[in-house]
Ligand binder design. Structure first.
Ligand SMILES: NC(=O)c1ccc[n+]([C@@H]2O[C@H](COP(=O)([O-])OP(=O)(O)OC[C@H]3O[C@@H](n4cnc5c(N)ncnc54)[C@H](O)[C@@H]3O)[C@@H](O)[C@H]2O)c1
Length: 440
């Protein structure tokens, strides 16, 4: 099938590449000339495990192309996917300016029988509005399908290639059948291809993200309470997780969720509900709890130093919003960095892949360390904000020797508090009883 992918970011590039890998001819379009130039040279602009190999392989095979010109790609396409960003406006609503620009560009280029597939996360009603606008602009009905994406950055290739389910919203059964053919290679283990109405598909994406965000804020609130009540959230997690109605997934306490999806999608649904006179109390609380959680580590560090952070050197390990990605959008680490800098601290940071993105924001206000132990030099405390695997089995002896004071604030509960204390570290995790975990 000839496919055009409009928007070559995290979702568009992964989707386009995986569709090429299954034999389709895919042209990825982006307005960012620098990004397209890099992709044409085989230089992948984002970090996503396994993506580089697949892009190179399919480019070489001639199935994957990159251009800035929609007019080169759209007229021959059977499916035109839209995967442009739908960021948050200041009032919390989804900003669809990019999407509408794409729709207006596409209208004069769309061939007969094409299906426009919206992969971007868009407010309920957007797919129908796009279909109406395209009808008005072209003078003929155009099939528009909603196909929300559920991939997770860091394992996006695997998620796309082996999805738990594929959801499509369609108006005509025939459109669903074309998309089913396209997705069949990825559903060989009988995971379901679910067709539904446009609005239900759009809503499914928001409900999924909002429920996952709710689980995170819930367990973070419980973790904070555990600290006050001398309970251990790790024990509590074990105590609840074996209940099959509850399970273990997404119930890890930490420093709050970030990324380009959960924060904005929760707020967009709150905004959509408000427009229909519905007060989404749970979702507002999920957002508020999360915003507060991003300050928890800083408050602990400040308390440890009796509020005096000026001239102190603090190291941070892990800056991306989660491991295995270079994405720092709404990352909790940025909130911590801002607070530390405001308090006058010197901040030394390490992350396996996202240092260049962080440098774009902070310039020379931070010390960037390519090696994790370099970040510890002269540090009076280490804050772990993202649980990259390489932080799990570390050389504690070297850490102890390198740091000015062996103090760790672990925002992801990577280490065992008892072992850390035995190694001579003052250690504080999230949701651990004060007696066991307090920095002393
Ligand atoms: N990132 C994720 O993990 C994820 C997961 C599921 C769904 N989503 C949703 O998918 C959508 C895309 O997210 P993303 O993270 O890939 O965004 P992104 O910012 O990484 O990529 C968007 C791309 O679209 C390009 N673009 C913008 N306007 C364009 C235009 N007029 N023509 C062509 N290209 C244009 C940008 O240059 C950019 O490269 C969003 O709606 C997001 O909510 C993201």
């Amino acid at each position: 099938m000839n496919i055009t992918m409009i928007g070559t970011g995290y979702v568009g590039l992964v989707t386009g590449t995986c569709l090429a890998e299954s034999g389709n001819d895919v042209t990825c379009v982006d307005i960012d000339q620098a990004k397209i130039d890099r992709l044409r040279k085989g230089d992948i602009p984002i970090y996503e495990p396994g993506l580089t190999e697949l892009v190179l392989y399919n480019t070489k095979a001639g199935r994957l192309k990159f251009t800035t010109k929609a007019a080169e790609a759209v007229p021959g396409a059977k499916c035109v996917f839209i995967a442009v960003g739908t960021p948050q406006r200041e009032d919390g609503s989804a900003n669809l300016d990019g999407l509408w620009k794409v729709v207006d560009t596409l209208a004069p280029l769309l061939p007969e029988g094409v299906i426009v597939v919206i992969k971007s996360t868009v407010p309920v009603g957007t797919n129908r509005a796009v279909a109406q606008r395209l009808h008005r602009m072209t003078g003929r009905p155009i099939d528009v399908a909603s196909n929300p994406e559920f991939l997770k950055e860091g394992c996006a290739i695997d998620d796309f290639a082996k999805p738990d389910r594929v959801v499509v919203g369609v108006e005509r059964q025939e459109v669903g059948e074309v998309l089913h053919d396209l997705y069949k290679p990825f559903l060989r283990t009988e995971n379901p291809f679910l067709t539904m109405g446009l609005e239900s598909a759009e809503m499914t994406k928001y409900v999924a993200n909002c429920l996952l965000a709710t689980k995170i804020s819930f367990i973070n609130e419980m973790a904070n309470l555990c600290e006050r009540l001398h309970a251990d959230i790790n024990d509590v997690r074990r105590g609840i997780g074996h209940d099959q109605r509850i399970g273990f997934a997404f119930l890890f306490p930490g420093v709050g969720y970030g990324g380009s999806c959960f924060p904005k999608d929760v707020r967009a649904l709150v905004d959509a509900a408000a427009h229909h006179n519905l007060d989404t109390k749970i979702l507002k609380a999920v957002d508020e709890v999360n915003n507060n959680q991003k300050h928890v580590l800083f408050e602990k560090i400040r308390a440890h130093f009796d509020g005096r952070l000026a001239q102190r050197t603090i190291a941070i390990w892990g800056l991306s919003f989660k491991p295995r990605t270079d994405d720092i959008r709404e990352a909790p680490a940025l909130v911590l960095i801002d607070s530390l800098l405001d308090a006058g601290a010197t901040v030394r940071v390490h992350d396996p892949v996202s240092l260049p993105n962080v440098r774009q924001i902070y310039g020379d206000r931070l010390t960037y360390c390519e090696k994790q132990y370099d970040a510890l030099e002269g540090a009076e405390a280490l804050a772990i904000v993202t649980e990259w695997n390489e932080f799990r089995n570390v050389n504690f002896e070297l850490m102890h020797r390198t740091m000015k004071q062996p103090v760790i604030f672990d925002g992801r509960n990577v280490y065992d508090p008892v072992r850390m204390r035995a190694q001579g570290f003052a250690y504080s995790g999230v949701g651990l009883p004060v007696a066991k975990a307090a920095v002393s």
